[in-house]
Design a protein around this ligand. Structure first.
Ligand code: ADP
Ligand code: MG
Length: 252
């Protein structure tokens, strides 16, 4: 396994303009921030503020109009195995089993079958899918599908885990369980996580730091350090203070 888990991300002056039939749309304006190795950072903001656009640019799936993204000092110009990417809509291969989905990146990298099997078994357990390795996605709930997507993203042992509203489509109870498991995985692996959400409570619960975005144009309004011990509880008045503060920054 790759022993380096120290991913540093720098987003520098990123602008994104879409040319549409209705005219230009300034989706992002002058986005600049850093994510330190091992940090858990959430990007939060209202619908349409450019979160997915920013996520896609960081992931190398889309070009910025200007500005750059660096991963460990190297400009990101295309998708990289150093980043594991999880989308809201799972994007699983329906014709592959849980194990087959998780193994995808390892096959692409030419990892030998025996080692692949060992790593995939470990991952399937890590994400809480023991016993479902041979199931197909259509037999799984939304929460389980997202566990498969997380296993697939972790399989090649990327330095950075990049997630776009990964728990946006599951029920509240499942969401809470997945959040706790993601925190366990983060603590266990020491990965850097950049996590996009519109859910303020989720951001305060998970992250070391919340980057609050505003819309039209999409921009960074404020960065809030969440200085709370883990595990965190909504019942903690300090949690409530952070929640109210971030919500207030999104609204104004
Ligand atoms: P969020 O994920 O925060 O909801 P998006 O990044 O999806 O926001 O969208 C930001 C803005 O950019 C929105 O106004 C959206 O309509 C626009 N946008 C996103 N993708 C495209 C595209 N491919 N073409 C034109 N406009 C787009
Ligand atoms: Mg989005």
């Amino acid at each position: 396994m790759n022993e380096r888990h120290d991913a540093r991300v720098r987003v520098e002056g990123v602008d994104k303009r879409y040319e549409t039939k209705q005219g230009p749309v300034q989706a992002l304006r002058d986005i600049t921030f850093d994510v330190d190795p091992g940090e858990f950072v959430c990007i939060v903001g209202p619908s349409g503020c450019g979160k997915t656009t920013l996520f896609r640019i960081i992931a190398g799936l889309e070009d910025a109009t200007s500005g750059s993204v660096y991963l460990n000092g190297t400009a990101v110009t295309e998708p990289s195995p150093d980043m594991g990417v999880v989308f809201q809509e799972y994007h699983l291969f329906p014709w592959r089993t849980v194990r087959g989905n998780a193994a995808f990146g390892l096959e692409k990298q030419g990892v030998p079958a025996a080692e692949r099997r060992e790593r995939v078994d470990h991952l399937v357990d890590l994400v809480g899918l023991e016993g479902f390795g041979d199931s197909y996605p259509k037999a799984l709930s939304g929460g389980m599908k997202q566990r498969v997507a997380i296993a697939r993203a972790l399989a090649v042992d990327p330095d950075l885990l990049l997630m776009d509203e990964p728990f946006g489509a599951v029920d509240a109870q499942t969401k809470e369980m997945l959040q706790d498991e993601l925190l366990d995985i983060w603590q266990e692996t020491g990965k850097t996580i950049l996590f996009v959400t519109h859910d303020v409570e989720e951001a305060v619960k998970l992250s070391d730091r919340v980057i609050v975005m505003a819309k039209e144009p999409g921009r960074v309004r404020e960065t809030v350090d969440i200085d709370l011990p883990r595990p965190r509880s909504r019942a903690d008045p300090e949690f409530g203070d952070y929640y109210e503060h971030v919500l207030d920054r999104i609204r104004n």
